[in-house]
Design a binder for this molecule. Structure first.
Ligand SMILES: Nc1ncnc2c1ncn2[C@@H]1O[C@H](COP(=O)(O)OP(=O)(O)OP(=O)(O)O)[C@@H](O)[C@H]1O
Ligand SMILES: [Mg+2]
Length: 342
């Protein structure tokens, strides 16, 4: 996490937003009309949009199974973890569900430097009536716990396992939280919710893709009531996502281009699964490639700049061959290396 982001999380923990403390969902919305999912369910939502509610991204496309899992988290107070490969839309999925329900939400990016004090709180020096005094400043966990807020632990597997024990108790449904330094026990707000996203399933970096992740404690993994998996989607859905992001490519004339792009992405994923490649194209990379096509007006150049240069040099010929197979034209792999030499 970059220092500024970390600072903003901390300051957010301190911010007193009293108007949302007493809030609760005051209307029911239909899953069919809001999320376009074939289901008769209705889910609670807020009418007022607090400034912690994420912006609605109209282009976001919901994956029905994952959406229903996240909605179970909001409706039935389940602790929901969304796991999957990188760039598949996990973090945005939870945020976009919250956005549609106008449910305030706070996202904490966990990293190896997030400490117990960041999560629980600490004594800090503040100025009151021109005097410097020491005051306990609540961390993000007790702050969120007392509010109708969805707390999202992003990159859950990057958090240090010893620090993660702080949340062990609140993972249980009625889990109260004890502020030891304050001799206070905090009762969770009835509309407090908790979610997490992770790339690995707590067993560490098994495939070599997720350097920096931790092996998680399984007593803690066990406390997550629902684990939804969001991996790569069927081709048509992924095309829909890319076109939603880059509508300029939605015309019939660009259909062949987008199909070829998806074919390359699928080949890299198969190549990765077969052990031929050590990296693969995520939907996020495909979206960047489509966006870069608009900038550079050349899919081959955009491909080199978006993905090829991220690959190990020894693997570039294999990736270029995938491109050649899908686009029927050669990709000048050498060009970038030559440019780098001059
Ligand atoms: N279903 C979707 N509809 C629209 N855009 C999507 C969808 N899924 C992913 N995206 C876009 O892809 C990008 C990656 O999404 P996001 O950051 O949520 O992925 P992630 O799974 O959390 O990745 P990571 O594991 O790297 O954290 C975002 O720009 C997001 O808007
Ligand atoms: Mg994410």
């Amino acid at each position: 996490m970059i220092p500024d982001e970390k600072a903003s999380v901390k300051s957010e923990g301190r911010r007193e937003v009293t108007d949302i403390v007493s809030g609760k969902p005051d209307r029911m919305v239909s899953v069919r009309s809001v999320f376009g999912i074939d289901s008769d369910l209705t889910v609670p939502a807020f009418s007022e949009r607090d400034d912690h509610v994420p912006e609605i991204d109209e282009a976001y496309r919901f994956n029905p199974e994952v959406t229903l899992a996240i909605l179970a988290g909001f409706t039935r107070d389940r602790r929901v973890m969304v796991q999957g490969l990188h760039g598949t839309g996990k973090s945005t999925h939870i945020e976009q569900v919250a956005a549609r329900l106008s449910w305030p939400c706070v996202r904490v990016n966990l990293d190896g430097h997030i400490s117990r004090l960041d999560l629980v709180g600490r004594d800090a020096i503040v100025v009151r009536d021109d005097l410097q005094v020491t005051e306990f400043q609540m961390g993000i966990v007790p702050w969120a716990l007392q509010r109708p807020v969805a707390l999202i632990f992003d990159e859950y597997d990057a958090g240090r396992p010893d620090v993660m024990f702080v949340i062990q108790r609140i993972l249980e449904r009625d889990g109260k939280f004890t502020l030891l330094d304050q001799n206070r026990v905090i009762q969770p707000h009835p509309y407090f919710r908790m979610f997490a996203t992770t790339n690995t399933i707590g067993l560490g970096n098994l495939n070599g893709l997720y350097h920096g992740t931790q092996v998680l404690n399984h007593a803690q993994m066990d406390r997550w009531n629902v684990v939804a998996t969001l991996n790569y989607l069927p081709r048509e859905e992924e095309i829909g996502i890319v076109l939603a992001r880059v509508p300029e490519l939605a015309g019939d004339s660009d259909r062949a281009l987008i199909e070829s792009m998806l074919s390359v992405a699928e080949l890299t994923r198969k190549g990765f699964a077969a052990g031929d490649l050590s990296t693969l194209m995520s939907p996020r990379t495909v979206i960047s490639w489509a966006e870069n096509c608009q900038i550079f007006r050349d899919p081959a150049m955009a491909f080199r700049l978006t993905f090829l240069n991220k690959c190990d040099e020894a693997e570039r010929p294999a990736v270029a061959e995938y491109f050649q197979r899908c686009f029927g034209r050669e990709l000048d792999v050498e060009r970038e290396s030559r440019a780098a030499q001059y």
